[in-house]
Design a protein around this ligand. Structure first.
Ligand code: NAD
Length: 555
């Protein structure tokens, strides 16, 4: 308290808004050059801004000019993050209006690069860093947050950031990026979002030895210490932000499945890597079935990769099959997994717990191609992170078995995709129904142009979050996710399906999110999971909650 800075007078205007520089430094309230003459006059801004009052359209033009001038994607990322720190309204206007161009910058793949260099490009903190040093006072730490009505928290412990492994506190880029997508894609007001990193240490030697690393330079908490820390975090959220949904993000396999299992029926939570991925892949499958005219319960799916994405997709397909009337055991046997050691079967003794539900009775099969020949699947889904594993013989074998083989190569980024779009179409002679995790350009084969769909989780999680907020759901259920998948698949136009796309274009994302949110809230009302009375017009209520990035008049 000795510094003059702590005693400085914060100017407040007659309207109760902060005034002058304080106003311009608040990213939620700031309008930059768009403050009107009247606002400049009455809010103490005279002389603090260049004279020309500009429109948001002019500001967007300036941002985009500068954005496109940046030579690297990381430069573009930093440019956008700085804008978010200065003027959130303008940031979201730019993001929404240029979503296809911005998505790979704000989120994967560029966000991965940004996390790898987080300590080195660090300028300003965003979100809450809750570290093992805060044990016993996590609720107090949360009370330091600037906003009180938080509705969505995205939390990571940084152990498995995208496909990049343990990045410790540098993983903060992920919750920040995901929450930007919540606001852009589903209109969750930015002040209702809170990115959190649980800094429980890191086992990444490079980070531990990096003088610019921003996290706690200790090895990760494990066992009871970790569990107690997480439990305190959850209790603190319930105390400080009782209406907040907790989205789990990029936890290591050994914690992700366990935390989801232990908390999903206690609090309002879901794991996007498991359940969000499940829904986006299931939506792709539903769309593919719109093309083939077949039923979900008749499908047999073979996965390459049995991690969070694979098991998440499998679990949701099972839930959807059961909903269609198939007994659970039968539904499980429609889903088979190949991991790095071969087909997941009962006789194996090396299986992690999350794979056991899919360890069916079958003789061992050493590789993916032999598994296709043995099991005759209608669909293959690649979630292994291993590029080039959907080989020509694999796609040809699928094409021999099926008139329209379903081939989803979901591993990210593009360089990890199990096969390219061009390979899938060429090797199947244009018959494959293809989707990928990262975007691929259209492919023309013998005069026909195919537009491959990208199974981006951003089609699902923002809408689910908005639905949860709209009805104040107490829990997030699998049913909500497969209903979301159905809604998404139902929204694809016939002309897109005809070109092979199993997802709608990103330009319709806010409409998609509003539809999903309405359906998710509907499930909550039907299952008595809603915390507020049902409005007469649920869809209208959902839309009324959506933040639109426009400047409000302050006088
Ligand atoms: P994970 O680490 O939890 O799982 C990877 C799995 O692949 C493990 O079961 C591992 O045993 C298996 N595997 C490794 N090498 C293999 C090999 N040679 N053959 C067969 N299996 C092998 O990771 P995850 O979260 O499940 O993600 C997997 C991939 O899916 C990543 O590339 C990720 O980017 C992608 N993904 C895509 C989407 C999407 O498209 N929307 C969403 C989530 C994850």
């Amino acid at each position: 308290m000795k510094s003059w800075k702590f005693r400085r007078h914060v100017r407040v205007s007659r309207t109760g808004l902060p005034a002058g520089v304080e106003l311009m430094q608040n990213p939620i309230l700031n309008k930059g050059t768009a403050f009107t003459e009247e606002e400049r006059e009455s809010l103490g801004l005279r002389g603090l801004l260049p004279p020309d009052v500009q429109t948001m359209k002019q500001q967007v033009k300036r941002v985009m000019e500068n954005f496109r001038r940046k030579e690297t994607d990381l430069g573009k990322y930093i440019h956008m993050l700085s804008l978010q720190d200065r003027n959130e309204t303008l940031f979201y206007r730019v993001l929404i209006d240029h979503l296809e161009e911005m998505m790979p910058i704000i989120y994967t793949p560029t966000v991965g690069k940004a996390c790898q260099l987080y300590g080195h490009i660090f300028r300003r903190p965003r979100g809450l860093f809750i570290s093992s040093k805060h044990r016993g006072k996590i609720a107090e730490v949360m009370q330091n947050w600037r906003y009180v009505d938080v509705r969505i928290i995205v939390v990571t412990d940084g152990e498995r950031i995208l496909g990049l492994g343990d990045l410790g506190a540098d993983g903060m880029g992920i919750p920040v990026g995901k929450l930007s997508l919540y606001t852009a894609c589903a209109g969750i007001p930015p002040e209702q979002t809170l990115p959190i990193t649980l800094d429980v240490g890191t086992n990444n030697e490079e980070l531990l030895n990096d003088p610019l690393y921003i996290g706690v330079k200790e090895r990760r908490l494990t066992g009871k210490e970790y569990d107690d820390f997480f439990e305190e975090f959850v209790s603190a959220v319930q105390e400080v932000f009782p209406h907040a949904l907790i989205q789990l993000e990029d936890f290591g396999n050994h914690n992700a499945f366990r935390l989801l299992r232990d908390y999903r029926d206690r609090i309002c939570t879901f794991d996007d890597d498991i359940q969000g991925t499940g829904a986006v892949a299931l939506a792709g499958l539903y769309s593919a079935l719109r093309i083939t005219g077949e039923k979900l319960e008749d499908q047999s799916v073979l996965f390459l990769g049995a991690g969070e994405a694979g098991i998440g997709i499998g679990d949701l397909i099972v839930a959807a099959m059961v909903d269609e009337g198939l007994p659970e055991e039968k539904a499980k046997r429609r889903n088979w997994f190949v991991d790095s050691k071969g087909l997941v079967v009962k006789s194996r003794t090396d299986l992690a717990e999350h794979k056991l539900a899919y360890a069916h009775d079958h003789e061992p099969v050493p590789d993916f191609l032999s598994a296709i020949e043995a099991l005759k699947p209608t669909a293959i889904i690649g979630v292994s992170g291993q590029p080039g594993t959907f080989t020509q013989p694999v796609v040809e074998a699928m094409s021999k078995l099926n008139e329209r083989p379903i081939v989803f190569a979901l591993s990210n980024p593009t360089s990890k995709s199990e096969c390219t779009a061009e390979e899938a179409y060429r090797w199947s002679k244009g018959r494959a129904i293809f989707a990928s995790g990262s975007p691929f350009d259209p492919v023309t084969l013998d005069g026909t142009t195919f537009i491959p769909g990208q199974g981006n989780n951003a089609y699902i999680f923002p809408g689910v979050g908005l639905g949860v907020i709209a009805c104040e759901a107490r829990h997030v259920t699998d049913e909500m996710f497969f209903v979301a998948a159905k809604v998404l698949a139902g929204m694809i136009r016939k002309e897109n399906l005809a070109k092979g796309s199993v997802y709608p274009t990103l330009t319709r994302i806010r409409e998609v999110s509003a539809e999903i949110a309405t359906a998710v809230a509907e499930v909550a009302y039907e299952r008595d999971l809603a915390g507020r009375p049902r409005p007469d017009d649920l869809r209208e209520h959902v839309e009324s909650l959506m933040f639109v990035p426009e400047y409000e008049s302050y006088i």
